[in-house]
Design a protein around this ligand. Structure first.
Ligand code: ATP
Ligand code: ATP
Ligand code: MG
Ligand code: MG
Length: 873
């Protein structure tokens, strides 16, 4: 077996609209082709022995054990690998169940498709699955140790990709609300929503969190002074920088018991609590000094009581939890160190913040706490005796959390809300010490010890005891008020031909509203009037550039088949999805062999239209019309023929459409007819003579209308969108040269040849001279078909080739074209001149008064330079 190719899909795709995270393994089964699992001796037993949990896979029988039944009855290796890849990931803590395996035109070659949670883990699982199946199929053993190593690697990859519990929870809540998100390539910043509507966050800190509030909260003394000013109780105390000042500070704090801690600490580092003697204070001072970045140390009164964390979001308390320091309970037999080891075996305890609880680390701080209680690590505690291991309750030092959201006294809630406001934080964790949270602080000598920016959410989301609180939801409400999903309108455009033109025109129409429009095309990615990135940008990466740009208010995205097949769309849904046409281009690549399959690829754009959005479909293209069944939103049809039955029926049902009536581009809404502009006045259509351009304009008008461009703006936009070398280089550029004309166009498939041919056929002033070629990566029969079409169109023909033959030997593509031409008798004069420049020069020399020279160039700029006699740009 051999893996030929691995694709990682990250958005709606050919295989699934809903499952975005898929791995596609293109697999050559080689000697295992046609060998069914039941014919491989011992394979079933060995596989089930290694992965007994495959029992859980339903597969096509739809019940437990379903896949194993298939395996016994006999199934092909690709299908087995699919299930093993899923099972490996599930065993590593990433439960998944979607998979598909499909044969290709090539014998023994299959596409094995399966879900992943984490993409690297997904790819690794696929390779491991192939390894396992190949080994077992050979009748060899796959050692348990090796399986364990595979699973360990997968777990590590999952771990490495995690953004932490708090961020992961916020992302999950965003997904539930339908808010799109992406991880930015810096730090652990996550973007929620798109364009101007986006918000960013890093754990519980957001781009709305004020810098000043964060700084004030980070300085515990400033916080205390502010809160004191507000009348909120805080511990009495002082800040010192020198050891000499310790004694005086102890006095000012009102004597022992005391707390000494760094001014700018966190995670309980460098804190000593309940200090009762001067020598202990001296040790505590040194400890705090070491952890204090600023070198300043707080000396303050020690308050007795429980330790509480209150979470305030957008001025409201949303959760409260009591935090209990790590402790062990004696059994009369075990030493403290044994008890701690046992405690740490709790599967809920992990490293750092990535689990419900954190393992207890025995260190200097715990030694000190044990000593204070008169114990050492070797002490055997009496049955039921409690021994604290830490003196702070931070979860990060192994503490526990008990939810108390329902019992906190209303006055304390109010106090916490005020504390957050006084410090100036939209999301704040307020630390309280009080003997009784159900009583107002002032009655029981409780205090606020600290206000935290970016508080961890773990103790509220997954308290060790009590009700878990969904604190992610209020944070998202704060970021996206009014139920907004943080989206900007997206118009996605696909089709075999006309994508770039329609994208540019739609963007131009949308710009008439004054909005900042971002758009991607084959000629580059643009924001407003500027080129943000040159290149053939019709895939998800360039779409993401637009969607991530904080200035973009509306996105128009050319979404070509290549991107959809290679990695899926960049967005889970769009406002408007346009499908212009489906014809025979690019067949044979990515295992897309038939027009129907190609239609399924392009249909992805129609199927991701949001239920309140619009799919703009070509009424004249049957394959496109068929997509309407799978559209979740409304459909808008365009047709050059106002009487087209598909359009008519749709209007009868009150639908939306666009057509040409009495020479005018017209919007239709049920019975209503809304004229927009005479086609004559739309330069893109060359005065209405280029029918396919009129069709593109209809699609653009529908799309733009749906995203809020009004009729005046539509007319203004259509009028000012010049079909010329500036705005649409290479798309129907008709140039007057001396006493003849030259038409430069990118037609590069039979459908494009025919479309341009309609215009060429209408040329009556003189001879029609064609300089034709085609991209070398198309199928032989497509090249031949282009030759046939060209033969019917031109009086004289020159066949040339691109500089880039896309893998073909020079002259071969030209041969196929020529074969098509000569099969068809119409053309009188045929020349083959492989070099594009020479071919064009020859044609220009032949042209006489009134003639039309048509060039289908590789390079528009080079062609323009030749035609206009200027040096190339
Ligand atoms: P974190 O990062 O968890 O907020 P931190 O390093 O910022 O911790 P503080 O919040 O100031 O430190 O203190 C940690 C814990 O120490 C408090 O939650 C509380 O349990 C205890 N503590 C701090 N100051 C006092 C005090 N004056 N009286 C009693 N306990 C205190
Ligand atoms: P690509 O796949 O190269 O990105 P595209 O779909 O973006 O192409 P355009 O660049 O807009 O298409 O146009 C390329 C050529 O396709 C045009 O020059 C013209 O020959 C042809 N074409 C454009 N629109 C249509 C249409 N609606 N129907 C048929 N052919 C068209
Ligand atoms: Mg704190
Ligand atoms: Mg294009």
């Amino acid at each position: 077996m051999k893996i030929l190719q691995v694709l990682t899909l990250r958005g709606p795709n050919y295989w699934s609209i809903r499952r975005h995270r898929l791995i596609v393994l293109r697999l050559d089964l080689e000697d295992l082709d046609e060998r069914f699992s039941d014919e491989l001796r011992g394979f079933y037993e060995a596989l089930v022995g290694l992965l007994p949990s495959l029992e859980e896979h339903f597969c096509s029988p739809g019940c437990r054990g379903g896949f194993l039944q298939r395996l016994r009855e006999g199934t092909l290796m690709g299908h087995v690998i699919e299930h093993v890849a899923l099972e490996l990931q599930s065993l590593a803590g990433m439960p998944l169940n979607f998979g598909r395996t499909r044969e290709t035109r090539n014998r023994g070659v299959y596409n094995v498709v399966y879900e992943y949670q984490q993409e690297r883990a997904g790819r690794v699982a696929g390779r491991a699955a192939v390894r396992i199946c190949a080994t077992l199929a050979d009748g060899e053993r796959y050692p348990q140790a090796e399986l364990a190593a595979d699973l360990a690697e997968l777990r590590e990859l999952k771990q490495a990709a995690s953004l932490g519990l708090t961020t992961d929870a916020l992302i999950q809540a965003a997904e539930q609300r339908g808010i799109p998100w992406v991880r930015l390539p810096v730090r652990d910043v996550v973007q929620l929503g798109w364009g101007v509507k986006q918000r960013r966050l890093q754990a519980a800190q957001t781009d709305l969190t004020g810098m000043l509030g964060v700084e004030l909260a980070g300085d515990k003394d400033s916080t205390k002074i502010l809160l004191q000013t507000a009348g909120i109780p805080v511990p009495e105390g002082d800040v010192i920088r020198r050891f000499e000042d310790l004694e005086e500070a102890i006095d000012r704090a009102g004597g022992f018991p005391l707390v000494i801690k760094p001014l700018d600490g966190n995670h309980g580092r460098g804190i000593t609590l309940n200090i009762r003697t001067y020598p202990d204070a001296a040790v505590a001072y040194d400890l705090a000094k070491q952890s204090a970045k600023t070198g300043s140390v707080i000396v303050e009164r020690y308050h007795r009581g429980g330790d509480y964390r209150v979470l305030v979001v957008g001025g409201q308390v949303v959760a409260a939890a009591q935090r209990v320091p790590a402790q062990v309970v004696g059994d009369g037999r075990s030493t403290i160190s044994e008890l701690v080891a046992r405690l740490n075996q709790d599967p809920r305890r992990g490293e750092g913040h990535d689990n419900v609880l954190t393992r207890v680390e025995l260190n200097q701080a715990s030694d000190w706490v044990l000593r204070q209680q008169g114990h050492s690590l070797d002490t055997i505690l009496r049955p039921g005796e409690i021994c604290y291991l830490k003196n702070t309750a931070n979860l990060s030092t192994g503490g526990m959390a008990i939810d108390c959201t329902d019992t906190i006294h209303p006055e304390n809630r109010w106090l916490c809300e005020r504390a957050a406001r006084w410090v100036g934080l939209d999301i704040a964790g307020i630390d309280l010490i009080t003997p009784d949270i159900t009583q107002p602080l002032r009655l029981v000598d409780g205090v606020v010890v600290e206000v935290n920016a970016a508080p961890g959410l773990r103790m509220h989301l997954q308290p060790s005891e009590g009700t878990p609180r969904n604190v992610s939801a209020p944070i998202l409400d704060l970021l996206f008020p009014g139920g907004s999903r943080g989206e900007i309108p997206i118009v996605a455009i696909t089709g075999t031909n006309g994508k770039t033109t329609t994208t540019r025109l739609t963007a131009h129409l949308c710009k008439q509203t004054g909005k900042t429009v971002g758009f991607t095309t084959t000629d580059g990615t643009y924001i407003g009037d500027y080129l943000a990135e040159p290149g053939d940008n019709t895939g998800p990466q360039s779409a993401r550039l637009i969607l991530n740009d904080p200035a973009v208010e509306l996105a128009v995205l050319e979404s070509a088949r290549g991107g959809i097949l290679r990695s899926g769309l960049a967005f889970p849904h769009c406002q408007v999805g346009v499908v212009l046409n489906v014809s025979d281009d690019h067949l044979g690549s990515y295992d897309i062999e038939t027009l129907e399959q190609m239609a399924s690829v392009k249909s992805v754009v129609a199927e991701v239209v949001h239920p309140d959005g619009l799919a703009v479909l070509n009424a004249e293209d049957e394959l496109v019309v068929a997509m309407a069944q799978r559209v979740k939103g409304a459909v808008g049809y365009f047709s050059l023929d106002p009487e087209h039955p598909v359009l008519r029926q749709h209007l009868q049902r009150g639908g939306l459409g666009a057509t040409v009536i009495n020479g005018e581009i017209t919007l239709l809404e049920g019975e209503k007819t809304i004229p927009v502009l005479p086609v004559q006045e739309v330069p893109l259509t060359l005065g209405g003579t280029v029918r396919f351009m009129t069709a593109n304009a209809l699609a653009a008008v529908l799309a733009a209308y749906r995203v809020g461009v009004n009729l005046d703006q539509l007319a203004a936009g259509l009028r000012t969108f010049a079909a010329g070398v500036a705005q649409t280089p290479g798309r129907m550029n008709l140039l007057a040269v001396q006493d003849f004309h030259v038409l430069i166009d990118y037609a590069h498939n039979p459908h494009g040849y025919r479309a341009v041919g309609e215009f060429v056929a209408g040329w009556q002033k003189g001879e029609r001279i064609g300089v034709i070629g085609a991209p070398g990566d198309r199928r032989d029969e497509d090249l031949r078909e282009m030759g046939r079409i060209a033969a019917g169109l031109f009086d004289r023909l020159i066949i040339k080739e691109d500089d880039d033959t896309r893998g073909r030997p020079r002259g071969e593509a030209a041969n196929w074209l020529q074969m098509g031409v000569t099969e068809t008798v119409a053309t009188r004069v045929l020349q083959v001149i492989l070099d594009e420049t020479e071919a064009i020069e020859t044609a220009l020399k032949q042209a006489k008064t009134g003639d039309l020279v048509v060039v289908f160039p590789e390079s528009v700029q080079r062609t323009l330079a030749l035609v206009l006699g200027t040096p190339p740009q």
